[in-house]
Design a protein around this ligand. Structure first.
Ligand SMILES: C[S@@+](CC[C@H](N)C(=O)[O-])C[C@H]1O[C@@H](n2cnc3c(N)ncnc32)[C@H](O)[C@@H]1O
Length: 359
């Protein structure tokens, strides 16, 4: 069988498995549900599934999810394995911490079927489940307005700051609206305040070349590109071809698209092909390789350049010793803080932005 054939077969099997799971779930048929599982830590009760498993037991698919949902790594502690069978694992991600945003864009939990094909774990199926709590969003969520980007300051202060920050041009307003309203992971958008900061940094460094690691729909890329001269260049890395396509479309519709080059593929591979110097580097992709990205960025950085790193406070989890993702990000911060080659400041805007320059 060809690779494509094996993959399609595995995908069909995963879809069939999840359909059987839903059918049994909807019918409340616990016996049939038990038949879909062979995982000893899972118990089924009418109305809910109880899981007593640690993420380590699902390390491979968890790693893959980490890669694919970089920005949401702060929420990975909330992934619940549901069942595993042969080479398939079913996981549920609880998005309720994203409150109304989660309820609106994600409709409660997302069920993933993660399948091993030829030794590689990948998401083969994704579906939304009804929120378990049918009485409405959790209390913390009810207080959060829709489309609210993650911020560590009170919402009203954030809103005040937004109102006193130069407004977005219409084409970036439209890109923000599309990203937040139409895309499942729209809240990865950096937004007007952080975007404004990046644009100001591009302007202040008189940047001619900018590198971005983590393009998404290209909002931050367009914000920074706007401060480049007409012959300036911004290279941005994006692993997901579909997302890169959206970014390309919106960049081409804006005034600075000709300055933006999107490199599709894992950033680690793209970085190996690049030649510096870059005046500004923005790191905003998957979080686990942050130290590697930082080391690569420093190699490529112009003498007077600046590296900006997003999400360095990881929703406050850096100070939570129980949070693995928080401790990984804390290790990144410690790495930079101990590096005598640089000076840095950690800003508490958005999810934490660290600005770094050569010492
Ligand atoms: C937080 S979003 C970037 C947001 C964007 N900078 C903005 O402000 O609108 C992170 C992006 O990095 C991408 N990504 C994740 N892992 C990656 C990798 N290993 N290589 C390249 N891109 C990756 C994700 O697909 C996602 O689109």
């Amino acid at each position: 069988m060809t690779d494509g054939g094996a993959r399609a077969g595995a995908e069909a099997a995963a879809v069939a498995a999840v359909e059987a799971f839903y059918a049994a779930w909807s019918a409340g048929d616990l016996e049939a549900l038990r038949g879909t599982m062979n995982y000893p830590h899972v118990s089924l009760f009418p109305g809910h599934i109880e899981v007593r498993a640690t993420p380590e037991e699902f390390e491979s698919p968890f790693e893959r999810l980490r890669e694919l949902q970089a920005w949401y790594s702060s929420s990975l502690d909330r992934i619940h394995p549901i069942w595993t069978r042969d080479d398939k694992v079913c996981l549920s991600v609880d998005w309720s911490r994203y409150g109304e945003d989660g309820a609106r864009y994600l409709s409660g939990n997302i069920i993933y079927i993660v399948t091993n094909v030829d030794g590689h774990w990948g998401i083969q199926f994704r579906a939304r489940s009804e929120p378990r709590d049918r009485d409405g969003p959790p209390p913390e969520a009810a207080e959060r307005p829709r489309n609210t980007l993650l911020t560590l300051v009170p919402e009203e202060i954030e809103e005040f700051a937004r109102r006193h920050t130069t407004p977005l041009p219409p084409h970036l307003e439209e890109l923000s609206r599309f990203t937040l309203e139409e895309l499942e992971f729209g809240l990865m958008l950096s937004g007007p305040i952080e975007g404004g900061l990046l644009q100001l940094l591009a302007w202040a460094t008189r940047a001619k070349r900018i590198l971005e690691i983590g393009c998404f729909t290209g909002f931050s890329a367009q914000m920074m590109a706007a401060a480049l001269p007409d012959d300036g260049e911004l290279i941005t890395c994006e692993i997901d071809p579909e997302t890169a396509g959206i970014a390309r479309k919106y960049a081409d519709a804006g005034p600075d698209g000709h300055k933006i080059e999107i490199r599709v593929g894992p950033a680690s591979e793209t970085l190996e092909t690049l030649v510096g110097p870059f005046d500004l580097v923005f790191i905003d992709a998957d979080k686990d390789p942050y130290i590697d990205y930082y080391e690569a960025a420093l190699e490529l950085l112009a003498d007077d350049g600046i590296i900006a790193v997003d999400n360095v406070l990881l929703n406050g989890r850096v100070v939570d010793p129980e949070s693995k993702s928080g401790q990984r990000m804390a290790a990144f911060n410690a790495h930079v803080a101990a590096d005598e080659r640089v000076k840095q400041v950690l800003l508490t805007i958005r999810d934490g932005v660290m600005l770094i320059r050569r010492a």
